[in-house]
Ligand binder design. Structure first.
Ligand code: FRU
Length: 436
């Protein structure tokens, strides 16, 4: 083992998503494929582009209603600011802020856009990217909002949090506070690549939860394997159990995605989420893929399911797969070891007839999966990537349900556009899932 690969294995103490695993990915398998969306899909609010979305929940993951209202948070951009055009949609990250919506029914048809959550100016950096919104334990109405504080120049991406209160009456939902933003942690260059090592580094999307095994609070996040970009040795560990004579594909070493984890050290009961211990990644995709975004976790039947979204365009070497949600399962709690769900990791991908129709899937603890519509080709279109004929989404896709059956998953139900389910009413009395 040379010096590079021994350093690599020291940091890669977690589980691997290997090149051999990715060889098992099959686009259009009906059990792991999103339905083709109707070209005439409805739009929740045509004043804003809406993409990454998350529901109000408790720290165990259970989605909750508040005073009879369903509440969802999403990255949004004012269409008027971006230019209500194809270019506007594709530049939305540069206008992104966290907005909220509320609904009486959760059936997707009565969402009302409520506006901005974080007070203007409170986030000291340029944009607000993805995170999660968690009702503070033992509180009536305190919400801790975790998000990614992203700066344009100099380029920065810092998981952060801000706290406020949710209020509601018969007419709607509104928020107070969210006027102080605090950094959680930064890419350390030791457990996770920083910008010096990798100018395309990913470090974002905090997902906070209480771990049923040790009752500690953790944050999952999107990261990259530490080390200089492209300067990785792809060896037998990263290749996995490949057929004979398989060689390392050119460019594989540019895939360095990592599902990160950190443990809270400060006192959450005082609302202090500022001190964290960085831990080595749970799953790395060295040689396979460069982005594992919005990681989140579901505990079910004594198993730990780790989900993450990834793109067709971020697979490296010869590996390939659709845009969608991928997953890994552990029989031994949050620290693994993990094996890829369905053998390959693919849980729900876009169909080849509409390869970019949805993204940013989020799996709730009951298996309901929300995602947003990205670009939808006209039915029968020969070139699904042609902006002349695709329809931009910027709104929610039909919700689907998957069943988690041990190490396999199955698509079993398709519901309405933007439909959501709550697993509890706030205040929730107990953890969603006591491990068996
Ligand atoms: C996923 C994602 C997140 C990021 C956000 C920015 O769709 O790339 O990782 O926080 O979108 O828009």
């Amino acid at each position: 083992m040379n010096a590079v690969s021994s350093t690599q294995s020291a940091i890669q103490s977690g589980s691997r998503w290997t090149i051999a695993d990715a060889m098992k990915i099959h686009t259009d398998d009906p059990t792991t494929t999103m339905p083709v969306i109707d070209y005439a899909f409805p739009v929740i609010d045509s004043d804003v582009w809406q993409w990454d979305t998350w529901l109000l929940r408790d720290i165990h993951g259970k989605t909750v209603t508040f005073k009879g209202w369903y509440v969802m948070f999403a990255l949004v951009a004012d269409r008027s600011a971006t230019g209500d055009t194809v270019e506007g949609w594709h530049s939305r990250n540069n206008y992104s802020y966290i907005g909220y919506y509320y609904s009486r029914t959760g059936n997707g048809a009565d969402w009302k856009f409520g506006g901005r959550v974080i007070k203007e100016g409170a986030n000291s950096r340029s944009w607000e990217w993805s995170g999660c919104a968690v009702m503070r334990e033992n509180s009536g109405s305190t919400v801790d909002l975790f998000y990614t504080s992203v700066n344009d120049t100099p380029s920065e991406s810092v998981p952060s949090y801000t706290t406020g209160r949710v209020l509601a009456d018969a007419n709607g939902v509104w928020f107070e506070g969210f006027d102080v933003c605090t950094d959680m942690f930064q890419a350390d260059g030791v457990n996770y690549a920083n910008i010096v090592e990798d100018q395309y580094w990913d470090f974002r999307d905090p997902h906070i939860f209480r771990n049923p095994d040790d009752n500690q609070i953790y944050a999952l996040f999107e990261g990259n394997v530490p080390g200089m970009r492209g300067d990785f040795t792809i060896g037998s560990d990263e290749m996995g159990l490949v057929p004979p004579a398989t060689t390392v594909p050119a460019g594989a070493q540019y895939g360095a995605a990592a599902i990160g984890i950190a443990r809270l050290k400060s006192d959450s009961t005082k609302g202090d989420f500022s001190q964290w211990e960085m831990l080595p990644a749970l799953v790395t995709a060295l040689g396979v893929n460069d982005q594992t975004e919005r990681p989140h976790v579901v505990f079910q039947d004594g198993l730990t399911y780790l989900f993450t979204i990834s793109h067709h365009s971020t697979f490296t070497g010869n590996s390939t797969g659709p845009d969608g949600v991928y997953g890994f399962v552990s029989r031994n709690g949050i620290f693994g070891p993990y094996t890829p769900l369905n053998g390959s990791g693919l849980v729900l991908g876009n169909p080849s007839a509409a390869p970019y129709e949805t993204y940013s899937h989020f799996v709730d603890p009951a298996g309901y999966v929300q995602s947003f519509i990205d670009t939808l080709p006209q039915p029968g279109s020969a070139d699904p990537q042609n902006p002349e004929i695709y329809r931009i989404g910027g709104t929610l896709a039909p919700t689907v349900k998957i069943v988690l059956d041990g190490e396999r998953t199955f698509l079993t139900e398709v519901h309405a556009y933007g439909q959501v389910y709550a697993q509890g009413v706030w205040p929730t009395s107990s953890a969603w899932d006591k491990r068996s």
